[in-house]
Design a binder for this molecule. Structure first.
Ligand code: TMP
Ligand code: ASP
Length: 248
């Protein structure tokens, strides 16, 4: 059914859930989404057949949506079942989190009730450094550690994240989903322009059913639910966002 075989393309990077392969055009790379699911810094790991397809398709769909909204991203095209062609970026070692509703690490660190809507969206920065357990940074840390040359570029990223938050929140709301929080990663393209990279899907967002509060993202796995229920959650997330049955 899916005739493309990319296994001969050289692997130039591999993470917990994605493989990066070289393409003929040196400006492009192929992201292969694996069926792997992990939590606790990789300490908990399983295989969910079809998750690679689901997450590649949702990411592609949301990147296309954001591009139409004028947000610069690395996205080029989706290839069935679990590939995304993207422009090669020089990634910044930062994870940028935006929160609308208190959940996750925010409610563990601060005296605030799970599920309470925040007065306005919060943007947080984390250094991507496994050995140091991704410490949180403020805007000054990012400049002083040499990750970005100026506070202006940090502000540019913050504005982009808030714009993504508005666009995605509205879109997901129309699908009956509340965007609780999400994480973005950024890089520079060959012209030095800052673009969104990596992925946007149920692994990188918290999504709750608007009416019932049902969790539609990776939190079901983090909470230790059975793998069948975890896969069904990813499939439901796909149905809601894409409007079809997953193909795998
Ligand atoms: P947190 O509440 O654990 O800090 O997570 C905030 C958001 O960031 C949540 O939507 C999940 C996402 N996230 C990632 O995509 N990768 C990560 O490694 C972590 C810790 C969070
Ligand atoms: N992404 C991290 C891991 O896979 C943590 C998480 O998302 O919960 O271990």
């Amino acid at each position: 059914m899916f005739p493309q075989d990319f296994s001969k393309l050289e692997v130039i990077g591999e993470g917990k859930t994605k493989i990066v392969r070289r393409m003929e055009d040196p400006d492009l790379v192929l992201l292969e989404f694996k069926d792997a699911i992990t939590a606790l810094d990789g300490g908990k790991k399983d295989t969910l057949t079809g998750k690679g397809h689901i997450n590649a398709r949702i990411s592609s769909f949301l990147f296309e949506f954001l591009s139409k909204e004028g947000v610069p991203t690395h996205y080029v095209s989706f290839i069935e079942p679990n590939y995304m062609v993207v422009r090669r970026l020089k990634m910044l070692p930062v994870e940028v989190v935006c929160r609308n509703i208190a959940a996750g690490s925010f409610t563990k660190k601060y005296p605030v009730k799970v599920g309470s809507r925040l007065k306005y969206p919060i943007v947080e920065y984390y250094l991507k450094d496994d050995l140091r357990h991704d410490p949180m940074m403020n805007e000054d840390h990012i400049v002083v550690l040499g990750i970005l040359p100026s506070i202006e570029e940090v502000k540019e990223i913050k504005e982009l994240v808030l714009k993504v938050n508005k666009s995605l929140s509205n879109f997901l709301d129309s699908k009956g989903i509340t965007l609780v929080d999400f994480k973005l990663e950024f890089g520079r393209d060959k012209d030095g322009k800052i673009c969104i990279g990596d992925e946007i899907n149920g692994d990188s967002m918290r999504l709750w059913d608007k009416e019932t509060g049902r969790v539609l993202d990776k939190d079901v796995y983090r909470q230790g639910k059975k793998l069948g229920e975890v896969l069904e959650t990813y499939r439901e997330c796909y149905r809601r966002i894409i409007g079809e049955e997953p193909k795998v």
